[in-house]
Structures are given as C-alpha cells and as structure tokens.
Design a protein around this ligand. Structure first.
Ligand SMILES: [Zn+2]
Length: 64
C-alpha cells in the first residue's frame, strides 16, 4: 500500500528495504565436472548445460 513519504519514518523505510535486499547470486557447482559456476548458465569449465554438451571448450591451458 502506498503511503505518502512524510508519514514513513527513516527507520520504517530502512527496515522494509533490508527485508527485500538482494543478497547476490547463489554459488553452485557444475553437475558434470563439479567446477564452481553460475546457476542457469553454461559451465565455462566443461561446456555442459542441463546434462548436454553445449560448448566445445579448447583445452589450451592443460597443453601449455
Ligand atoms: Zn562443468
């Protein structure tokens, strides 16, 4: 419910904003390789998403 700003104290505003504060992206691990990666995104380490290989990752770092 909208209440005019002058009737809402700074404390009430801060309490309300603290309750809805964004706490960042949750850390998750890849189901294929177990590397840390973002949820709902293709794994950068192995290129898998949803149990399927979506990207082919060139393994230049291991050869060098
Ligand atoms: Zn992976």
């Amino acid at each position: 419910m909208a209440v005019q700003q002058s009737k809402v104290s700074k404390s009430k505003v801060r309490i309300r904003k603290a309750a809805n504060r964004y706490e960042g992206v949750q850390a998750s691990t890849c189901t294929q390789c177990g590397a840390p990666c973002l949820p709902h995104r293709v794994c950068k380490a192995c290129g898998y998403y949803g149990g399927k290989q979506v990207l082919t990752i060139k393994e230049k770092k291991e050869q060098a």
